[in-house]
Design a protein around this ligand. Structure first.
Ligand code: GFB
Length: 409
C-alpha cells in the first residue's frame, strides 16, 4: 500500500499508510450552543471509533470550546480555546473513542496546516424528494463561508480561533446521511489530517441504542465539577450520594443498569429563559405560572426545597423566589474563583449535575440543556416519571410531556 512520509529536519521517514496515525478534526455551526455540541460530539466519536476499528490508527481531535453565543459573562476572562478537560473527563472519553485534545494534536503533528477541510452542506434539494438516500459529493459551495484562499495550497479560516492554523485544500461536500457515511468519504484518501466543518449535518448512526448510550455514558464530567456540585448538594440540599442512592463506579464501563433511584430531597426545575422567551413564547411560562406549577409538584411530592437552574438574570430569579416565598428556593452561585476557572460552561455543568441528582426534575420544552439532564438521570437509574417532565406555557392547551428516551445497556 502507499507509504506516508514525514520530514524531520533533513531526514525523511516513511511508513505504511495503515500504520500511520491520522487525525479527524471537526467544528460546528457557530450559533449552536454547548449542549447541541455535546450531541454532535457523540456522532463524531462513534464515527472515529469505527474508523479506528475498520481503517487503521485514526484519532478524533476534540475541538476547543470558545466564543459560544450564550457564554456572555464578562467577568471571567476570555472564554476561548478551552480544552475539553476543563469540562469533561478525557480518559473517560478515551475509553469509548480514540480522542485527543487539540494541544496534543498540534504537538504530535508538528505542523499547523491541515491537509483537507470538508465543509458539509445539505443537498440543494435535500428536503424535496422525500426519499431517504445516503449520498455525498463534492459540489460548489451553496453559501458563503469563512475560508479564504490566500495562495495555492493555503487557506485561512476560523479554525476554532487559532490564527496560526491553515489548510491546504477546502471543499464543500454535499452530504446526506449518518455520520458513519463519513467513513466512505475518507477511507481511501491519502490525507493525514482531515477536518469536517458543519459536522452537525451528519446524523447519528443509530439513536438510542446501546452504542449511542455507551458514547453518552463515556461523557463523564471533570471530577472537580462533580465535587463542586456534591459540596453544594450536601451543604444546602441535604443530599449525598450515599443517602440518595446515587453512588456510581468511577469507571463508566463498570456501570450497570439500575432502577428506582431515590435522589436528593429537592425538586429541580431547569428554567430556560433569555432567547427562549422569544424563540418559544408559547411553551415558556411566565414566572408566576412557573411558580404555580412548581408549587403543585412540591405539594404532591411532599417536598419543600427547590433548586432552580436557569440562565435568567437575578431580577427574574428574585421574582420567582417571591412567588415561592413559603419554600426554600436555591440557585447555585459560584465563587469568583470557580467562575474564573470554570467559566460559564463549568457553572452550567454544575447546575446540570445538581439537577440530575434531584428527586424530581422539571425541564424546559425542547432545551438540549434539559435533555442532557434527562440522559444523566437515565444513566443513574431514576424512574422515568421523575425525569421526563417539563414546565408548560401559560396558555398551552395540550402540554405534552417530553419524549422518553430510555437508556439501553
Ligand atoms: C434554540 C436553540 O436553543 C439552544 O439552547 P438549549 O438547547 O437550551 O441549551 P444550550 O445549547 O446548552 O444553550 C444554552 C446555554 O445557556 C446557558 N444556560 C441555559 N440554561 C442554564 C442553566 O440552567 N444554568 C446555567 N448556568 N446556564 C444555563 C448555558 O451557557 C448553556 O450552554 C441553543 O444552544 C441553540 O443555539 C438555539 O438557540
Amino acid at each position: 500500500s502507499t507509504d506516508f512520509c514525514t520530514k524531520y529536519g533533513d531526514k525523511i521517514e516513511c511508513q505504511e499508510k495503515s500504520k500511520f496515525t491520522r487525525y479527524i478534526l471537526y467544528d460546528v455551526n457557530p450559533p449552536e450552543g454547548f449542549n447541541l455540541r455535546r450531541d454532535v460530539y457523540m456522532r463524531m466519536s462513534v464515527f472515529a471509533r469505527k474508523m479506528q476499528q475498520n481503517f487503521g490508527d485514526w484519532h478524533l481531535v476534540l475541538p476547543p470550546w470558545g466564543q459560544l453565543y450564550h457564554w456572555q459573562s464578562i467577568d471571567v476572562g476570555l472564554q476561548e480555546l478551552l480544552p475539553w478537560s476543563l469540562f469533561f473527563n478525557v480518559s473517560s472519553l478515551q475509553q469509548f473513542a480514540p480522542v485527543m485534545e487539540m494541544h496534543q494534536f498540534l504537538q504530535e503533528i508538528g505542523t499547523s496546516s491541515l491537509d483537507l477541510v470538508y465543509i458539509l452542506q445539505h443537498y440543494a434539494d435535500a428536503f424535496e424528494s422525500g426519499k431517504w438516500e445516503e449520498k455525498f459529493e463534492v459540489e460548489p459551495c451553496h453559501e458563503d463561508n469563512k475560508y479564504t484562499h490566500v495562495n495555492v495550497g493555503n487557506y485561512r479560516g476560523p479554525f476554532w480561533g487559532y490564527t496560526n492554523i491553515t489548510a491546504k485544500q477546502v471543499e464543500c461536500l454535499s452530504f446526506h446521511g449518518h455520520a458513519s457515511q463519513l467513513q466512505e468519504v475518507i477511507k481511501d484518501l491519502d490525507a493525514r489530517t482531515i477536518m469536517f466543518d458543519h459536522a452537525e449535518i451528519a446524523l447519528h448512526d443509530t439513536f438510542g441504542d446501546a452504542l449511542y448510550w455507551k458514547a453518552r455514558r463515556s461523557m463523564r464530567f471533570a471530577s472537580v465539577l462533580v465535587k463542586l456540585a456534591s459540596n453544594f448538594r450536601s451543604e444546602y440540599l441535604n443530599s449525598t450520594d450515599k443517602a440518595d442512592g446515587t453512588v456510581r463506579p468511577d469507571d463508566w464501563t463498570q456501570e450497570t443498569p439500575r432502577e428506582g433511584v431515590l435522589g436528593g430531597p429537592y425538586l429541580c426545575a431547569h428554567m430556560r429563559r433569555k432567547d427562549f422567551l422569544w424563540g418559544r413564547p408559547k411553551q415558556i411560562p411566565s414566572l408566576e405560572s412557573a411558580a404555580h406549577q412548581i408549587k403543585d409538584h412540591l405539594e404532591k411530592l411532599k417536598l419543600s426545597t427547590i433548586f432552580i437552574a436557569t440562565d435568567a438574570p437575578n431580577s427574574e430569579f428574585q421574582e420567582l423566589e417571591q412567588h415561592l416565598s413559603q419554600y426554600q428556593v436555591l440557585r447555585y452561585k459560584p465563587s469568583k474563583i470557580v467562575k474564573q476557572t470554570y467559566k460559564d460552561g463549568g457553572v452550567a455543568i454544575i447546575d446540570q449535575i445538581i439537577c440530575s441528582h434531584a428527586r424530581y426534575f422539571l425541564g424546559t420544552y425542547e432545551s438540549t440543556f434539559s435533555f442532557r439532564i434527562q440522559e444523566e438521570r437515565e444513566i443513574m437509574g431514576f424512574d422515568s416519571e421523575t425525569t421526563f417532565n417539563r414546565l408548560c406555557g401559560d396558555k398551552e392547551k395540550k402540554c405534552n410531556k417530553p419524549s422518553m428516551w430510555r437508556i439501553v445497556f
